[in-house]
Every structure is written in structure tokens, then in C-alpha cells.
Write a protein that binds this ligand. Structure first.
Ligand SMILES: [Zn+2]
Length: 243
């Protein structure tokens, strides 16, 4: 890694790091990481002014992507569970509405455009737990339905396989060598097509316990076009895995 370089853009200054790659690469390649950092891959031996010129040519593109990452991160900051905050459910953004109620337990209702929590106390911990339980029960119903439907189309699975909900910080799902499937309840915040993709991904592992070319051939048969869905889900990970 080279020391950080930077360029001004409007009233912003954007830093980037250069990574020289010994492979036969002829051009400079620029990546904006999900955390908003910028990495520039350059052919070994390329001089710094040439790299800087290549970076400046893409300045607008870089700035747009850096802003987007920052915006997503800002939205992923810890919540306070107050009215007006955004919540996601099946790929749609809902507004949280917190209402007082005299009962003992908070209740959660999904209405048009809103997820409404009626609660005896505005304690954010209580609201968070109640919402997590609500997501979990929605996830349990929905994943079971989708597993049922997809497993029917997939010949090597005899009926719905064993599966469980497990909250994970970095993964949407997994499949053990023994064939036990785990699905992350946070996945119910993502669009339905993304849920299907994760389920297809794990069901294919029942047949191929690896990520070999054979595995990907199988996945392509079960879900043509899965790559675009994965890209979409990856782009939302930080937002949706934040509780
Ligand atoms: Zn996998």
C-alpha cells in the first residue's frame, strides 16, 4: 500500500489508497468499498501522476459512490426506536410509529406504510425486543412457505429440510455438512426475491457442500439470474443487518 492520496471534490476531499498489483493488468481499476473507502488497483510500475489522472477522470463517479456508502452507513447507525425512524420489511421501507397504550405487553401491527408499536413504555430496549420478536415470527412463516415452494421444484430435496432461525451478524444463511439449514431472521427485511436467493443457495448446498463450479451450475439451474439478486442483497447488508 502507498500512503494515502487524495483529491478535492466540491467542498469534500476524497482519499484513496493505491494497491499495486503484479498481475498483468494494463489499466487502473477503482473500487469504492461499502465503508466508503476508495481503493485503486494499478499495474506495478505505473507512476503516481498517471494514476492520479486516471482517478480524477472518474472523480464524479467516485464521489457519487462514496456519498452513497456514507448515506447507507448513516442510516445504519444505532436506532433510538422513536416514531419516524425507518424500518424494512420485505424490501419496503416503513415508518416506525410508537403509540402509548395501557396494556402490559407492546403489540406490533403492520399497516399501510407503517409499523406501529403500541407500548406501555417507550423504553427503546423493550421496543427493540418486541420488534425483533415480530420480525422473527414473520420470518418463520415466510421462510417456511418459501422453503416449501422452492423445495418442491428441487429434485434432490425430499420435502422441506430441517431448518432453524438464527440471528447472525454477517451471514444470511448457512448449511452444515449434516444438512442443517440456518436462516437469518433479518433476511425478512429484504425483498422476497432475495429471500428466495438465500434459500436456493442453501438448498443447493444439500447437494454440493462447497462453492465449486458444479455448485454454481446447480444454483444457476435452480435460480437463473441469481448473480444480480446477490449483488442487490449485498448492497443492502449493512442496512438490514443493523438492528
Ligand atoms: Zn454457500
Amino acid at each position: 500500500m502507498m500512503p494515502r492520496q487524495s483529491f478535492p471534490y466540491g467542498d469534500d476531499r476524497i482519499e484513496y489508497e493505491i494497491l499495486f498489483t503484479p498481475v498483468m493488468r494494463r489499466k487502473v481499476a477503482i473500487h469504492v468499498n461499502p465503508d466508503g473507502s476508495v481503493q485503486v488497483d494499478a499495474p506495478e510500475g505505473e507512476d503516481l501522476p498517471a494514476i492520479h489522472r486516471a482517478v480524477l477522470k472518474r472523480a464524479r463517479w467516485i464521489k457519487r459512490h462514496v456519498d452513497e456508502s456514507r448515506r447507507q452507513r448513516a442510516q445504519a447507525l444505532p436506532r433510538n426506536y422513536r416514531s419516524g425512524e425507518s424500518l424494512f420489511y420485505l424490501g419496503r421501507r416503513y415508518q416506525l410509529k410508537v403509540k402509548s397504550q395501557n396494556g402490559h405487553e407492546p403489540t406490533v401491527k403492520l399497516t399501510r406504510g407503517q409499523i406501529c408499536v403500541e407500548t406501555p413504555s417507550r423504553d427503546p430496549v423493550l421496543i427493540r425486543e418486541r420488534l425483533a420478536a415480530w420480525y422473527r415470527s414473520r420470518a418463520a412463516d415466510m421462510f417456511e412457505r418459501r422453503l416449501n415452494e422452492i423445495a418442491e421444484r428441487v429434485l434432490w430435496v425430499g420435502g422441506v429440510p430441517d431448518w432453524r432461525l438464527v440471528r447472525m451478524r454477517k451471514q444470511w444463511g448457512s448449511c452444515s455438512p449434516e444438512g442443517a439449514i440456518l436462516l437469518n431472521p433479518h433476511l425478512v427485511k429484504a425483498p422476497r426475491i432475495c429471500v428466495d436467493y438465500v434459500i436456493c443457495h442453501e438448498l443447493c448446498h444439500l447437494q454440493e457442500h462447497n462453492h465449486s463450479p458444479r455448485y454454481y451450475r446447480l444454483l444457476g439451474e435452480v435460480m437463473p439470474g441469481w448473480e444480480a439478486v446477490k449483488t442487490r442483497l449485498d448492497g443492502m447488508a449493512e442496512l438490514l443487518l443493523n438492528e
